[in-house]
Each structure stands twice: as structure tokens, then as C-alpha cells.
Ligand binder design. Structure first.
Ligand code: G4P
Length: 195
């Protein structure tokens, strides 16, 4: 998605440890017009799969996931990392380890929101090691629902997540793929990647 690549090139910053900082349009301040077009891009790519729900993990996945759900005309389910007081009743639950943050996180979704017959599209902001996406896949499996694909705004292609997910046969669509952040320079891989 050319507009996204240009935005990353113009406003992205490389943190010293190989982390891409996109706080000006995605992770802290959010550009709604760009999110709208990201939502449209995911909708075009996944509409034929007839998804019934979009699933993301709080918090930075919410902006692109909401716009994708809006474009597809289906609900967005936001998986939580902590069980809110108001989330009573049975839940699906799994644990994922973040190599980037070096911490374990729970992923929790109410059983009342996902179930058999659902066709679930996963959307997230970043794909690094793939653990968050795998955790969401696990939740979908617990629910007995079908997973129709994974939409990623920015894939760090130099980390293992994309390979891991695609090797399991999942359809992964990344709107921007970063080949390298070495030396503080942002290098892009191909523009759009799908299985
Ligand atoms: P993984 O899910 O692909 O295995 O990634 P990992 O655990 O390594 O990353 C954990 C968190 O760090 C995720 O956010 C992910 O979006 C974010 N992340 C990973 N690499 C980068 C990067 O290069 N730049 C930025 N900006 N974020 C990155 P999270 O823990 O879910 O936090 P939140 O911000 O969504 O609340």
C-alpha cells in the first residue's frame, strides 16, 4: 500500500533496538484518514472470505481493525490482556510471550462473542515474532470458529512471525513489509505480500 509506505518513510523512526516507532500515525497519535484507507485495503483483500467478525488484540491493533470491520460491515471483537471487571461469565483464554517486551500476556475473549459458525479475520498493527497472532488463532480454535486470514499493517519481515504463520498455511496479508532497520535506515520488502 503505497500511501502507507510513504507515511512510514516520512514519519517512522527507527529505535536503536530494531524497533520501528510509528507514534505519529499508528501507535500513539492516530491518523484517521490513513486508518480509513487501511480498513478499505483489508476489506478489498478479505471480503471474498465472507468474514463475520474481526478480531484484534488491544491496544494498537484497534484503530486499523475497527476501520476494517466498518468497511466489511461486521463487528470488531477486541481481545483483552486483562480481564475487565465487567467481563463476567466464561471466557476463552490463552497466554502469549512477547519477545519484544519480554513479558507474558494473557489474551481473553468472552465466550459469548465468538463461537461455531463465525468466520474470523485477525487484524493487528505489527507482526514481529507472530506470538500475538498465534494467540488469537488459539482463541478462534477454542471457540470452534474458522479463521479466514490475518491482516497486518506493518510486518517486520526480518523477524520470524510471517514465516511461522505462512508455514502453518494461514493467509497473511501485510500492507507494508520492512526488510531491514539496520543502521537506522528503513528498507522495505515488496509492497504487498500474501500467501
Ligand atoms: P509478536 O506478537 O509478533 O510476537 O510481537 P512481539 O510479541 O515481539 O511484540 C509485542 C508488542 O510489540 C506488540 O504490541 C507489537 O505490536 C509491538 N511491536 C513489535 N515490534 C514492533 C515495532 O518494531 N514497532 C512497534 N511500534 N511495535 C512493535 P503490544 O504488546 O500488543 O502492545 P500495544 O501497543 O498493542 O498495546
Amino acid at each position: 500500500m503505497r500511501e502507507l509506505l510513504e507515511k512510514i518513510a516520512a514519519e517512522g523512526e527507527v529505535a536503536a533496538d530494531g524497533v520501528l516507532k510509528v507514534d505519529r500515525f499508528l501507535n500513539h497519535q492516530v491518523d484517521p484518514q490513513l486508518m480509513k484507507r487501511i480498513g478499505e485495503a483489508f476489506a478489498v483483500r478479505f471480503r471474498d472470505e465472507r468474514p463475520t467478525k474481526v478480531l484484534t488484540l488491544e491496544s494498537s491493533g484497534i484503530s486499523p481493525a475497527l476501520m476494517a470491520a466498518y468497511e466489511l460491515g461486521i463487528p470488531l471483537v477486541v481481545a483483552r490482556k486483562r480481564r475487565p471487571l465487567t467481563m463476567t461469565g466464561d471466557v476463552y483464554r490463552t497466554e502469549v510471550y512477547s519477545f519484544t517486551k519480554q513479558e507474558a500476556n494473557e489474551i481473553i475473549v468472552s465466550r459469548s462473542l465468538l463461537g461455531r459458525g463465525d468466520r474470523v479475520l485477525i487484524i493487528d498493527d505489527f507482526l514481529a515474532n507472530g506470538q500475538a497472532a498465534l494467540g488469537m488463532v488459539e482463541i478462534i480454535e477454542q471457540a470452534g470458529a474458522d479463521m479466514v486470514g490475518i491482516g497486518i499493517v506493518i510486518e517486520k519481515a526480518f523477524q520470524d512471525g510471517g514465516r511461522l504463520l505462512r508455514s502453518r498455511g494461514f493467509r497473511v496479508v501485510s500492507l507494508a513489509r520492512i526488510a531491514s532497520l539496520d543502521g537506522g535506515a528503513i528498507q522495505f520488502a515488496d509492497e504487498v505480500m500474501s500467501r
